[in-house]
Design a binder for this molecule. Structure first.
Ligand SMILES: [Zn+2]
Length: 282
């Protein structure tokens, strides 16, 4: 865990003393886990060290700007990233780690003292490439058979977290970052865009980040879709709820949605049918 944190500090990922859970940090953790842990007895879960380093005295949790104690319960990575701002290191340690040579020395010391390895035997991760690889893997899942599944919310493993973190990027790319209903694609480099990767089977219930459970929608149509204002037919046409008042201009009934250029990425029929049966205001 600490090797991954040191790398991210050295990469300039944390300008302030607030270590947040990011896909890059998790990818870095994965890299070190795979390089250093040879026993199958241990399961690769970053939520465990991220939670329990608290006991070592230099690793402090922050929520709403205040230092807090984590509760005595298992946290998944998603819960850790939602429930806390992040963690901060003891101030003297943080000060020390502003010096690249100190980061390198501590990195080498951890490898030597905990794993008995000289630093030259372990490579530093290229998190950019690792995440590109994971995104391609997730995108390729569109080709596998889609069936409705409910995953456990507490699936705390790193693969689950990385998939969830990459889901928006993968889905939005499939739709060229444009809303499937209205085509809006406005964005800025800094703040992202108006387009979300919406889950058709709601994430809060299914926790299912299959690419064909996703559809790119602007915030306006994302909200309306979740509220059941409109549904999508088996032939990918817009169905407008008869309950919609003053809905002129919101979306055009019978109009085909904009599908991804590759037909294999189109929303899963089973998910759209579930949405019509359970969310769409009939
Ligand atoms: Zn839209």
């Amino acid at each position: 865990m600490l090797l991954a944190v040191l790398d991210e500090i050295q990469n300039g990922a944390y300008q302030d003393n607030l270590i947040t859970i990011t896909p890059e940090l998790v990818a870095s953790f994965r890299h070190y886990w795979q390089a250093l842990v040879t026993s199958d007895y241990w399961i690769e879960r970053m939520n465990i060290p991220f939670r329990y380093l608290y006991q070592d005295g230099f690793w402090h949790f922050r929520r709403n700007g205040e230092e807090v104690r984590p509760e005595d319960k298992p946290y998944s990575l998603l819960q850790l990233s939602h429930d806390f701002d992040g963690i901060f290191l003891s101030q003297d340690l943080w000060q020390l780690l502003q010096e690249p040579s100190a980061v390198n020395a501590l990195w080498a010391h951890l490898l030597q003292s905990y794993f008995g390895l000289p630093p030259t035997t372990v490579s530093r991760p290229n998190t950019h490439n690792l995440l590109d690889y994971e995104a391609e893997k997730l995108k390729a899942e569109a080709q596998s058979k889609f069936r409705i599944r409910k995953l456990r919310e507490n699936s705390g493993d790193n693969g689950y977290y990385i998939r969830h973190a990459l889901f928006p990027r993968v889905v939005k790319t499939m739709y060229n970052n444009a809303c499937a209903v209205c085509g809006l694609a406005v964005h800025t480099e800094q703040s992202g865009g108006i387009v979300d990767a919406a889950h058709i089977l709601p994430f809060s219930e299914f926790h299912y980040d299959h690419p064909r459970n996703g559809i790119a929608l602007c915030k306006n149509h994302h909200w309306g879709f979740d509220a059941g204002w409109f549904g999508i037919s088996d032939d990918y046409k817009i169905l407008i709820s008869p309950h919609l008042l003053n809905g002129l201009g919101y979306a055009m009934a019978g109009k085909a949605i904009q599908l991804p250029s590759d037909a294999v990425h189109a929303p899963a029929q089973a998910a759209l049918a579930w949405h019509r049966d359970n969310k769409f205001l009939k």
